[in-house]
Design a protein around this ligand. Structure first.
Ligand code: PMV
Length: 433
């Protein structure tokens, strides 16, 4: 852990720890109309996943003794000068300044002049098409807001880090309205339905590859905006109606409609990638086998029981209902027999082992591809918990949820806590999967 020894004598003014979830878009965001403010060319809609399986944990500490801002990601120090990080930091400090200037009574203790140290870890592979940047920047925005005492809407701050991050600020089903204003003030995330709305909904993440993707979403989007006529058509003529239809499917818990639209929208997003010049391809041959598996499974049942969606990577996110989970996992195990990791192939929620019926096996008609899927994470939409959407804490950092006090001023925890915490986090990240 590359933390300087001088840390041991520094006393942070405040230490805050928060966690944030991953979200998976069912109507995809792809393309910006403003690169700096990160304003999208279309609205998008996503499902926020349970933090038990996928989450980012971030600790931020501010101190008068810190001489520079510093950031660690998964135990490695990162360049704090990265434009996205800088945009979030500057935006938070601007909001904190605005709040202090608007204060009537005694001004709150000034933390604005303090530098910040931030340590963040994911409990899942980073940058592998598992929306790590969404959880990461939502968590950064929220943690910085708590530590600098900012209480306004954080869509703008999270969005400046990674567009899709603003959707991770809410649980359940969330839309990111593209907005119309040039300053982006109306480009905000909003909950469409709470996490408790559809308790039977289940999510399986089929990890095909945990490697970093070849074309990052920023570069990919820029290329698509410049060269893909399909992308323009999609944004103007397809997405508005799909947003309305997807909202209806969610509100009415119409799984068939939800599943069909999710697959169609994923396919159109990947079609725009192929329409980009030079073309971008995120799907691998295994991704395609998963697509065929889902369609054959649905055809066999004479109904749409399972849906796939793919972000900027080969990993599939599967939506299904609780009563179909076990059968579909059996179909996946048959089609992609696990290697030596049979016992740990399925992580997350418990799924009852089910035999694969002979008729379904015949209907799948697929030669098994051993090791094609590395592992599965079974999860669900995050249910409401006692702790609210984020957990944060003051005082000695602890792993795990704690009530969110929203105020951190007045405490002077020893920075040794931060040191220990960062160390614990990096150990947790290294050992998790
Ligand atoms: O927020 P970014 O820049 O990581 O882009 C996310 C793009 C997709 O994951 C492909 C789609 C989406 O809406 O999340």
């Amino acid at each position: 852990m590359p933390l300087g020894g001088t840390m041991a004598c520094e006393k942070p003014l405040a230490v805050v720890t928060c966690t944030a979830p991953v979200n998976i878009a069912v109507i995809k965001y792809w393309g910006k109309r403003d690169e700096e403010l990160i304003l999208p060319i279309n609205s998008s809609l996503s499902v926020t996943l349970h933090q038990d399986q996928l989450k980012t944990t971030t600790t931020a500490a501010i101190s008068k003794d810190f001489t520079e801002d510093r950031v660690w990601l998964n135990g490695r120090e990162e360049d704090v000068g990265q434009p996205r990080l800088q945009a979030c930091l500057q935006e938070i400090r601007r909001l904190a300044r605005k709040r202090r200037n608007a204060w009537d009574g005694d001004p709150p203790p000034s933390s604005l002049s303090c530098k910040v140290h931030v340590a963040s870890v994911n409990n899942f592979p980073t940058a592998a098409g598992l929306a790590s940047s969404a959880a990461g920047y939502a968590c950064l925005a929220y943690t910085l807001a708590r530590v600098y005492g900012v209480e306004s809407d954080l869509s703008e701050v999270a969005r400046r880090g990674s567009g899709s991050a603003c959707r991770s600020l809410y649980g359940g089903f969330v839309e990111w309205q593209m907005g119309e204003q040039t300053d982006g003030k109306d480009s905000v995330a909003r909950q469409v339905a709470p996490e408790s709305h559809w308790p039977e909904l289940r999510v399986l993440i089929l990890v095909v590859s945990a490697e970093k993707k070849l074309t990052g979403s920023t570069v990919g989007m820029q290329a698509s905006v410049k060269t893909s006529p399909l992308l323009r058509f999609r944004a103007e003529s397809v997405v508005p109606a799909r947003m309305a239809e997807m909202t209806r499917c969610i509100q009415e818990r119409d799984f068939r409609g939800f599943a069909q639209l999710t697959m169609q929208d994923s396919n159109q997003f990947h079609a725009t990638c192929l329409d980009t010049f030079p073309p971008i391809s995120y799907l691998s041959p295994i991704s395609w086998r998963i697509i065929h598996l889902v369609h054959r499974f649905n055809t066999h049942h004479g109904d749409t029981k399972v849906a796939y969606t793919f972000d900027a990577g080969p990993n599939a996110v599967i939506f299904t209902l609780e009563d179909t989970m076990a059968d579909f996992v059996a179909a996946v195990r048959h089609t992609f027999p696990p290697g030596s990791n049979g016992d740990t192939f399925l992580k997350g929620l418990q799924v009852r082992p089910a035999p694969l019926p002979a008729e379904l096996k015949a209907a799948l008609a697929m030669e098994p591809t051993p090791g094609g899927i590395k592992y599965i994470i079974a999860t669900q939409v995050r249910p409401s918990t006692l702790w609210g959407f984020f957990s944060c804490q003051r005082g000695p950092p602890r792993l795990g949820p704690a009530p969110c006090p929203y105020r951190v001023s007045g405490r002077k925890p020893e920075c040794l806590w931060l040191l220990c915490f960062i160390h614990l986090l990096s150990k947790e990240a290294a050992g998790h999967w």
